[in-house]
Design a protein around this ligand. Structure first.
Ligand code: HEM
Length: 464
């Protein structure tokens, strides 16, 4: 009884002046009440607690940023303090702290600077990049026309090739078994849940009992060994630039291990996200055929139908409707609704609350995109809301799929180019049509991961 009373007393207590929020029940926190859409559950407390609140999940207290003002204040204005990632014993053992997405401290700062410089050097937004993306888009069209099949798998292959091109200057044949083995088969929802539970058990109960070996999936090894010799005068892909810097720099940050984990992060970060975004975009085109008609009209007007008129990023400025469509897809189907978790790197004060060093932080991007105080009928898909009276595109600082501040998405330029050139390239001569054998895809989401991805569906591509 004494132990139980002590436990309940400890369970009830929180750091002094911590943001308010629900505790749920002992051991589990709010887990039994949150349902499958944690972002909706957290948004339901917005009226009561405002932009900054907390909740308990399992034994841990999380801080939640529920509106754009709180997110900007934390991630941009106090960006240094809010730029950490929560520690995961299992993940740290597997990766030895390498990579970028979950890296912390000096390694993260160093690698982030390196990736940004490398992206610039490789000519993000330049014609060469546009040409590579266009070539891959044509391969995608051909493969859908030829074999058909589940569209998410084909988009994943397209995106995998775009990422491989930028990392190693190579692409794989769609039939290459190595590529198929890595990207086609994602674990089902149940397997992901079981892995999640095992991970939580190891982390909370028995982390000291396990010593996991560092693990690098074979494809990333293969990519990192892509060249036998390096031509310093012709550094033409991301891995070249890393290897060249590795020769010049000493220390822990430019090692083969770091390169493999960095490739893994860019590969995973670059494929799943854009595949989900394009998947939702196609679901929108099929459900709202009038949008597809408007994009067709705009393409005919600005790019033209002739074969030699190839889309490039400079067309974007003159195509407000397509830009509005893309922005509305990001808003309407927010793929990273609760962002990747952050944590605070030092004790800090936010909106008068005290947040101790190491506290994990979630940001509710989904609610920023669906807050009825800022969006009229947010549950409706309406690209026109991003156009002004003259039909000009209005870039919205309330649509933040890539997050904001010091830790925001590094691939934003690449992703924007991949999305724009995909729609412009496919819809120039083709249209998406509902596959009569499958029917109209709905809005149901695949629950096999943390990203919001459409359930697998098939589609037809017809010449127009
Ligand atoms: C539609 C496409 C994409 C979306 C919606 C997206 C979204 C995001 C989000 C929400 C984050 C977390 C930001 C934060 O922690 O505050 C992130 C981080 C990141 N993304 Fe993306 N992303 C996309 C495409 C890409 C691409 C194409 C790449 C690169 C090839 C990429 C590379 C990264 C990396 C490296 C990070 C980690 C940055 C860091 O921790 O400092 N992403 N992305």
């Amino acid at each position: 009884v004494f132990c139980l009373v002590c436990y309940l007393f400890r369970w009830k207590s929180r750091p002094k002046n911590f943001p308010p929020g629900p505790l749920g029940i002992p051991m589990l926190g709010v887990a039994p009440f949150a349902g499958s859409k944690l972002e909706n559950y957290l948004a339901s407390f917005y009226k009561k607690y405002g932009g900054v609140m907390s909740f308990r999940l399992g034994p841990k207290d999380w801080v939640v940023l529920n509106d754009l003002e709180a997110i900007t204040q934390a991630f941009t204005k106090q960006g240094e303090s809010f730029s950490g990632r929560p520690k995961s014993v299992v993940f740290d053992q597997l990766t030895q702290g390498c990579g970028i997405v979950f890296a912390n401290g000096d390694r993260w700062q160093h690698q982030r600077r390196f990736v940004l410089t490398a992206l610039k050097r490789l000519g993000m937004g330049k014609r060469t990049m546009d040409a590579i993306i266009n070539e891959e888009t044509n391969r995608f069209i051909a493969s859908v026309q030829l074999a058909g099949g589940t569209v998410s798998i084909l988009i994943r292959r397209l995106q995998a090739n775009n990422t491989c091109n930028f990392l190693s200057g190579k692409h794989f044949d769609y039939k290459d078994k190595r590529l198929q083995a890595i990207i086609d088969h994602r674990p089902t929802g149940t397997i992901v849940q079981v892995i999640g539970i095992v991970k939580i058990v190891i982390e909370t109960v028995a982390s000291h009992l396990f010593l996991l070996p560092s693990f690098i999936p074979p494809l990333f090894m293969l990519l990192s060994n892509h060249k036998q010799s390096l031509d310093e005068n012709n550094l033409c892909d991301f891995i070249d630039i890393f290897l060249s810097d590795m020769k010049k720099q000493k220390g822990d940050f430019f090692t083969k291990l770091q390169l493999c984990h960095l490739i893994r992060d860019l590969f995973v970060g670059g494929i799943d996200t854009t595949t989900a975004a394009l998947g939702w975009g196609i679901v929108c085109l099929l459900n709202f055929p009038e949008c597809q008609d408007k994009i067709h009209q705009e393409i005919d007007q600005i790019i033209g139908k002739l074969n030699y008129a190839v889309p490039n990023m400079s067309h974007q400025e003159k195509m407000p409707y397509l830009r509005a469509f893309i922005q509305e897809v990001h808003r309407f189907q927010t793929i990273a609704g609760l962002n990747i978790p952050h944590c605070v790197t030092e004790d800090c004060i936010l909106y008068g609350y005290r947040i101790p060093k190491g506290t994990p932080v979630m940001s509710n991007i989904w609610f920023v995109h669906n807050d009825p105080a800022h969006w009229q009928e947010p549950q409706k898909f309406r690209p026109e809301r991003h156009l002004d009276g003259d039909g000009k595109f209005i870039p919205s600082n309330r649509v933040i799929p890539f997050s904001v501040g010091h830790r925001s998405c590094l691939g934003v330029q690449l992703a924007k180019a991949e999305l724009f050139l995909f729609y412009a390239g496919v819809l120039k001569h083709h249209e998406f049509q509902v596959d009569p054998n499958f029917g109209l895809p709905d809005w149901s989401r695949d629950d096999g991961g943390t990203l919001k991805t459409p359930k697998d569906f098939t589609v037809c591509i017809k010449e127009r």
